[in-house]
Design a protein around this ligand. Structure first.
Ligand SMILES: CC(C)(COP(=O)(O)OP(=O)(O)OC[C@H]1O[C@@H](n2cnc3c(N)ncnc32)[C@H](O)[C@@H]1OP(=O)(O)O)[C@@H](O)C(=O)NCCC(=O)NCCS
Length: 250
């Protein structure tokens, strides 16, 4: 998706501040949100040499700042979940770039958009997450047909005009969360599966052939305030989904 201006921290939803070190139980997905614009959110010393190398390859300074702040926040969360120091968390990368904790034991997926990061954590296995800032989108120019299933396109077009941008990003975040669960990326044939427009309570989604060999997965869209839209995807329904903001310094 194209570049967009960072959101002011005041546009983040009013999720409570959480404790990254609180024990994470099986059956729970814990989702974290933080602003990448806050000046105290990044400490480059937490990053590994390959992360610094990646940061230094960004063309725009703002992208570099956001990448560093996202990785610092993620490291603080994983430190809380693993008991390691934040700079001692090691990642490994799967075929199409999906990162995971090298030692296992806790799984995560990270997403960032418009100066905001969202990370979902679980001790039960792989998951996917996506956050987007809702904005006017010329989806009628073929984007919807390229990425959405015929049923999703029909539902999008049936929405009242003033709700269509929100509906576009409901489907978009649902679907990106699913392909991020699979680790497949946007090269996956997105029109081959259908997600619900309203997935606040969570819903099963039937999947075509995929690298995890899942016949279906579970998608849930998260209450993200008037500006953001976000969703998570997991192999099966979670018993509990917790939503938190990362404390300052995160
Ligand atoms: C995974 C992908 C959908 C993410 O798109 P994006 O617009 O950058 O979205 P997000 O901000 O939600 O996610 C980025 C984060 O997802 C994670 N990620 C990277 N590759 C991933 C993958 N294959 N599966 C799941 N998560 C992945 C990373 O943590 C990344 O953040 P980081 O680079 O700061 O660590 C996209 O990069 C992709 O398709 N990658 C696969 C490679 C590929 O097929 N590229 C061609 C695209 S047509």
């Amino acid at each position: 998706m194209p570049r967009r201006p960072p959101l002011p921290p005041s546009d983040l939803p009013d999720w409570p501040i959480g404790d990254p070190a609180a024990p994470l139980a099986s059956g729970t997905v814990r989702v974290w949100l933080w602003s990448l614009a806050a000046s105290d959110s990044a400490d480059e010393r937490l990053l590994s040499a390959d992360e610094i190398d990646r940061a230094n390859r960004f063309h725009f300074g703002e992208d570099r700042t956001h990448f560093v702040a996202a990785r610092c926040g993620l490291r603080r969360l994983l430190a809380g979940a693993t008991g390691r120091a934040a700079d001692q968390v090691a990642f490994r990368y799967h075929g199409l770039g999906k990162p995971s904790v090298a030692d296992g034991g806790v799984w995560f997926n990270l997403s960032h958009s418009a100066g905001v990061a969202l990370a979902a954590l679980s001790v039960d296995g792989e998951l996917g997450a996506d956050v987007e800032a809702v904005r006017p989108t010329n989806w009628a120019g073929g984007i919807a047909e390229r990425y959405f299933s015929p049923a999703e396109v029909d539902e999008l077009k049936a929405e009242p005009a003033e709700l269509q941008d929100r509906a576009f990003f409901r489907f978009w975040t649902n679907k990106e969360a699913v392909v991020k669960l699979l680790g497949s990326g946007l090269g996956f044939p997105l029109p081959t599966f259908t997600t619900p427009l309203n997935a606040e309570a969570g819903a099963a989604v039937a999947l075509p052939e995929n690298p995890l060999e899942l016949p279906e997965c579970w998608v849930r869209s998260l209450p993200s305030g008037p500006v953001l839209q976000s969703a998570i995807a997991t192999p099966a329904a979670a018993d509990r989904v917790e939503l938190y903001r990362l404390p300052a310094g995160g």
